[in-house]
Design a protein around this ligand. Structure first.
Ligand code: PMP
Length: 403
């Protein structure tokens, strides 16, 4: 079958990486604890079963609650009560009291009137954008917005415009050109491939001046930033200027699944017309039970865990700086280390895994061409020894493989 030039060149690259033993993706995990895992370490093309114990800096369990006893109990109790699946879409029978309770809990957590659950955070973004915008409208997003925002904007059929990263003045100029239809401005609260925060106060000011809705994806910031864990909008004191919050339970909330928090009418509109919601079955009970318990843990223990997370992020950044490793614009717990070229990034990520450190290589299209990087996902659960090991190994790997 002819796959076309783009897919063929991707497959050629992957084949070469497998042969060179630098392929860094899909590590096969056979054991996982909070910040430790065991992965298969052998050459993938040789079918090796050799194993390697690694320290994980590639997770988004930012508050370190993925193995919290309350969260484990939330999942297992839900399975005992409802089984492993729901027997229909949420609209016609798959909406349990747990789903209902989680909607209420996540709305309360983000101090919003209402919330809607989606199978994934990606679908939450698709659902919001494709439902709230349509042909004749305009969706304006940051050039580094998550791929699901880009896809949602396209799916909506609206005009799509991209403003320069974190550039409120550019957004202002683009909005000045939009004369008809609804305007939606969509940004990430914390950029997962750049590590910096959106300048939400400036963006809100521009959005208000042009009568645009402001949608903020708090995937990496929800639970993890702000005095009460309500994310970047809380941290930057602009919650009342953000109309819609999207997010995921797959990071600080230690489960999976997406959500949208907004006013009652917006949520009712999404509930009854978002294809990304209605066309998939609801989340499985274990996932909902875990997320519901996690929201409770975040409420009770979040302040201490967020303080530990911020401390660990600061420690890792300063250890890296002391070892002369650049962390670009990283401002929080997503610590980004520029590596430049794709091949070098793959080699370094694979070498680090072999030495016992799992990090995330970020390659185009997730980042600009020539600007590949490693992402080090700090959590509240990392020890000072973990962070020292990470900084030492990353600095040595960069020095060993100069650009
Ligand atoms: N938004 C952002 C900013 C993300 O980084 C991600 C996933 N990594 C998502 C949305 C999608 O979340 P999910 O994994 O729940 O689909």
């Amino acid at each position: 079958m002819h796959l076309g030039p783009a897919l063929t060149s991707t497959l050629d690259l992957i084949d070469r990486w497998r042969k060179e033993d630098t392929y860094p993706f899909f590590p096969v995990v056979s054991e996982a604890a909070a910040t430790r895992a065991v992965i298969r370490s052998g050459r993938q093309d040789a079918g090796s079963r050799a194993e390697q114990r690694v320290t994980v800096l590639a997770s988004a369990d930012y508050l370190g609650i993925g193995h919290h006893p309350d969260v484990l109990r939330g999942a297992t109790d839900a399975v005992r009560r409802f089984g492993t699946n729901t027997y229909g879409t949420q609209a016609v029978g798959g909406f349990t009291v747990l789903h209902h309770a989680l909607e209420e809990a996540v709305a309360a957590h983000f101090a919003r009137p209402a919330a809607l659950l989606f199978p994934t955070g990606m679908q939450a973004n698709l659902g919001v954008l494709a439902t709230l915008a349509g042909p004749g409208d305009t969706v304006l997003s940051d050039q580094f917005s998550h791929g699901s925002i880009v896809m949602g904007a396209r799916l909506s059929g609206a005009d799509t415009r991209t403003f320069r990263h974190n550039d409120a003045e550019h957004l202002d100029r683009l909005l000045a050109d939009v004369t008809t239809g609804r305007r939606l401005v969509v940004v990430d609260g914390l950029y997962s491939a750049h590590g910096d925060l959106a300048p939400l106060a400036d963006l809100a000011e521009v959005a208000e001046r042009h009568d645009a809705l402001l949608v903020v994806d708090e995937a990496h910031s929800g639970g993890a930033l702000g005095e009460n864990g309500r994310g970047a909008a809380e941290l930057l004191a602009v919650e009342d200027r953000v109309h819609v919050v999207t997010g995921t339970f797959s990071k600080a909330f230690a489960s999976t699944g997406g959500f949208v928090c907004a006013g009652e009418r917006v949520i009712d509109a999404l509930r009854h017309s978002a294809g990304a919601y209605l066309l998939s079955l609801g989340l499985p009970p274990a996932t909902v039970g875990a997320a519901l318990a996690a929201v409770g843990v975040v409420r009770r223990e979040g302040a201490d865990r967020r303080a530990a997370l911020a401390r660990n992020a600061r420690t890792l950044r300063s250890l890296l700086h002391r070892a002369h490793v650049d962390t670009a614009d990283s401002a929080a717990h997503v610590v980004v280390v520029p590596t430049g070229l794709v091949d070098r990034t793959a080699r370094i990520a694979r070498a680090l895994a072999r030495q016992g450190l799992l990090v995330t290589p970020l390659l185009p299209p997730a980042v600009p061409i020539g600007a590949a990087r490693l992402r080090l996902g700090v959590t509240a659960g990392h020890t000072d020894e973990d962070l020292a090991l990470a900084a030492r190994l990353v600095a040595a790997a960069l020095a060993h493989d100069p650009r």
